[in-house]
Design a protein around this ligand. Structure first.
Ligand SMILES: [Zn+2]
Length: 413
């Protein structure tokens, strides 16, 4: 009897074990990864009733709801400001005010509007802690160093407000360095003042972002920066020779520097539009008597409403056109990831969408679709370990290294 009971218990244990093995799910890579996006733009009225980042907002590609639904853990919101040829102190003062308003909006989002769903992160440790609570980590970047003006102390002022990267320049030259935008250089790389700005960023632990900078500025930065650098939203020039993209020499230098390139989700950076497609779209608009996108942007709400039936027809016909001339999509973005991995290595590639600043492609139109990226990476043979690195691990490493360098500099002084 005892033996029988023993056998029975043994059998039940075996069966339970087999059953539990069979039902054990494979690791959900997307769910277990810390998924970070290094570049999302925000508008002037962000985090207000008119532009609510808490709801599934049809006017935003990144909001808390889309992040939650798409399993995106953290995002660097960029306080963007442009500049023209006017590099005067007055102009930079105005830019400073714009940036301060946007930074205030990010604090409002995390501290007043949605403290239960989001929290400001100013370190990699913060991110890891916040992610564990189930909240979204919000980080602050500034896109364009122009608002610093000639006032170096602003860098520390920004740091104290939580800013952890500054894109040195935007599409026009500024007082810090040359941009990849204009044909003619202004400083021939990084200016003397720009070198002081970089040293100050190194001292404080603010990451230097090379997206938008001229190639000569890039090489200057590689030489002078004591800390690893990053490109928060760029592509590979080898696949599309756009002035915003990094060439293979730059990718190799970035790897040697310990930095990271965050691949952008902006169609025109990823692939040059084929002329046949451009012409076909123009012809379709003409046939439907539908004005161009820019023209429609300037119309009143009523005027646009009147065009709604035509617009609907346009969308339907575009689906047909997309079949003949496929638009730039997620697979093109992952081609850039593949290339960057091939040249710079798996430890130096990440993701920076540029959502709400021009980014968004079929397959990865907003943060709710982020899992498509993971699925495509799995399809291409990337391991869980690789995907963790691409989605956030590499960025966290770079950030930690930048903070370490800052601590060393401060210890020396
Ligand atoms: Zn940008």
């Amino acid at each position: 009897m005892k033996t029988f009971l023993g056998i029975l218990i043994f059998s039940i244990v075996c069966m339970a074990f087999t059953f539990s093995c069979k039902t054990q799910q494979p690791v959900d890579i997307h769910q277990t990864a810390i998924t970070l996006d290094t570049h999302v733009d925000i508008g002037a009225n962000y985090a207000t009733e008119e532009m609510d980042p808490g709801i599934d907002n049809p006017r935003l590609r990144c909001d808390l709801t889309k992040m939650e639904n798409g399993g995106v853990d953290g995002v660097f919101l960029a306080a963007y400001v442009g500049n023209r040829d006017d590099l005067s102190v007055e102009a930079s003062q105005k830019a400073h005010e714009t940036v301060m308003n946007k930074i205030e909006a990010m604090h409002r989002l995390t501290e007043q509007m949605y403290p239960d769903r989001s929290e400001l992160a100013v370190s990699p440790d913060d991110i890891e802690r916040i992610v564990k609570t189930g909240k979204r980590a919000i980080m602050i970047g500034i896109e364009n160093g122009f608002p610093i003006g000639d006032n170096l102390s602003r860098v520390e002022e920004y740091y104290n407000l939580g800013v952890r990267y500054i894109t040195l320049v935007h599409s026009q030259h500024n007082q810090i360095c040359d941009s990849s935008g204009p044909d003619e250089p202004l400083h021939d790389g990084i200016s003397d003042f720009g070198k002081q700005v970089v040293a100050e960023m190194n001292r404080l632990g603010i990451m230097c972002d090379v997206s938008h900078i001229a190639e000569k500025s890039f090489w200057d930065l590689i030489e002078i920066s004591k800390a690893p650098i990053l490109a928060t939203h760029s592509g590979c020039a080898e696949l599309n020779p756009h002035n915003r993209n990094l060439n293979d020499d730059q990718l190799r230098a970035l790897a040697e520097n310990g930095g990271v390139i965050q691949i952008v989700a902006l169609g025109s950076f990823l692939k040059a539009e084929i002329p046949e497609r451009r012409e076909a779209v123009a012809a379709l608009r003409k046939e439907l008597e539908l004005p161009g996108r820019r023209e429609m942007f300037q119309m009143s709400e009523e005027e646009r409403d009147a065009l709604a039936p035509k617009q609907e027809e346009f969308v339907k016909r575009m689906e047909e056109l997309d079949k003949t001339y496929p638009p730039t999509g997620l697979t093109d973005m992952v081609d850039h990831i593949d290339h960057a991995v091939k040249i710079a290595g798996i430890n130096h590639v990440g993701i920076g969408t540029d959502f709400d600043g021009g980014g968004g492609i079929p397959g990865f139109n907003n943060h709710a679709e982020a899992k498509n990226m993971t699925d495509e990476l799995i399809k291409r043979g990337y391991s869980a370990e690789d995907i963790y690195k691409i989605w956030g691990g590499n960025l966290l490493r770079v950030w930690r290294d930048v903070a370490k360098v800052a601590a060393e500099i401060q210890n020396q002084n």
